[in-house]
Design a binder for this molecule. Structure first.
Ligand code: SF4
Ligand code: SF4
Length: 385
């Protein structure tokens, strides 16, 4: 039980992390958190600290992602894997309705079942920023997606600040990390601190629900030293980012460089595989399909993620709008970094670096933008031009 005065900020010793998971499980229908599956860190159901990838480190290179067991016993010493909150609030495949036929009659059933309340442990600051972007797409803009809303409004988010950024992270230059400061509202924020013979978490509440949750945890008073340690660790993390993206004047640069020869160079490498859009936490394009049983007894309408890299994405009445890979890559990057701002009032990239890691040929949005900006490009500590 809580033994502290300031319930908005407190210290949770590492041994208390199980109490947090137990309390989340008592109050929510499901608890998701980072877990190793198929050699990647994914969002999965968790019930114990033993489910977390304790001590696991992730290596990111263009087109390469590997996990290995590190020497530290930290619970959150990795960054983002291929999953993001997108797949939780906006499932990759969703049957919207189905129909059964009986003679000349048909019965239509709504297939989107209520999903219940979901607590998510280990949400990174860039993910909160991406969720805020998705909120604008699915809940703002004069249109509301009911499937998104019913998943979104029953989330309890436990964020974790990033103290060991990956080689492809550039959230510092996007203003979306490494600390939890903005983005979508969150309930609890954890900073994992190791030092002076202690291992634990600085815990902050970001909502009334978060405060109520804190009252149920075995917390200790957080001294000023911990807040100082957090600030120092975050400043070091910001400095050690593997990438940067200069957003100053970037929208104009992209609009002014529609015919830049660099688009052709990128297109020579791009496989139009759509990986970058699948892993991107803000990309939101979808397609709807009608599937009918061969005997005509049933039919269903399904929504699936789609991508502007797919040729058929722009197929309209007999032709494709973007036939070349060059036009599709240019569309993706220009939308993400420039026209997204006109459309939604924010930039469409949060600096998570997933599109660099999961691009099979290592195309790097920060490097491609720097070329268009006429700047030297920095790659994993090396500076090239
Ligand atoms: S464009 Fe790339 S770096 Fe930016 S949010 Fe999407 S996946 Fe992350
Ligand atoms: S940029 Fe990379 S990940 Fe994206 S479509 Fe091209 S090859 Fe695939």
């Amino acid at each position: 039980m809580t033994r502290i005065k300031d319930i908005a900020t407190a210290y949770l010793p590492a041994e208390g992390l199980q109490a947090l998971i137990d309390t989340l499980r008592q109050h929510h229908d499901r608890v998701l958190g980072p877990r190793v599956r198929e050699q990647a860190i994914r969002y999965e159901t968790i019930s114990s600290v033993a489910d977390l990838p304790r001590g696991v480190k992730d290596e990111h290179e263009g087109g390469r992602y590997r996990l290995h067991q590190g020497e530290e016993a930290t619970f959150f010493g990795f960054v983002v894997g291929p999953d993001s909150l997108k797949s939780i609030v906006y499932p990759p495949r969703l049957t919207l309705w189905s129909m059964k036929r009986s003679g000349h009659e048909g019965t239509i059933e709504d297939q989107d079942e209520p999903v219940g309340s979901t607590a998510i442990l280990g949400v990174r600051p860039c993910e909160l920023a991406a969720l805020a972007v998705q909120d604008k797409v699915f809940l703002g803009h004069g249109f509301e997606d009911p499937h998104y809303r019913q998943r979104r409004e029953r989330l309890f988010l436990v964020a974790v600040e990033c103290l060991q950024p990956g080689a492809h992270c550039f959230c510092d230059s996007m203003g979306t990390g490494p600390g939890v400061n903005g983005g979508a509202s969150w309930d609890l924020a954890l900073t994992e601190l190791v030092g002076d013979g202690r291992h634990g978490f600085l815990v902050r509440a970001g909502s009334d629900a978060g405060r109520e949750m804190m009252a149920k945890l075995p917390l200790e008073q957080a001294g000023d030293g911990l807040e100082k340690a957090r600030e120092t660790a975050l400043a070091a993390a910001a400095k050690s980012m593997g990438r940067t993206l200069d957003t100053d004047g970037l929208k104009k640069t992209l609009y002014d460089h529609v015919d830049h020869p660099h688009w052709e160079k990128v297109a020579d490498r791009c496989l139009a595989c759509a990986n970058c859009t699948m892993v991107c936490p803000t990309c939101f394009c979808s397609n709807t399909m009608e599937e009918t049983a061969l005997d005509g007894s049933s039919a269903a309408r399904t929504r699936v993620w789609d991508s502007c890299f797919n040729l058929d994405f722009t197929y309209i009445h007999g032709g494709h709008v973007r036939r070349s890979v060059k036009s599709r890559y240019r569309q993706w990057m220009t939308h993400k970094l420039a026209s997204w701002q006109d459309q939604f009032g924010v930039i469409g990239c949060v600096g998570c670096g997933r599109c660099i890691t999961w691009c099979p040929v290592g195309i790097d949005i920060t490097r491609e933008a720097a070329v268009l900006q006429g700047k030297p490009t920095k790659t994993s500590g090396r500076t090239t031009s």
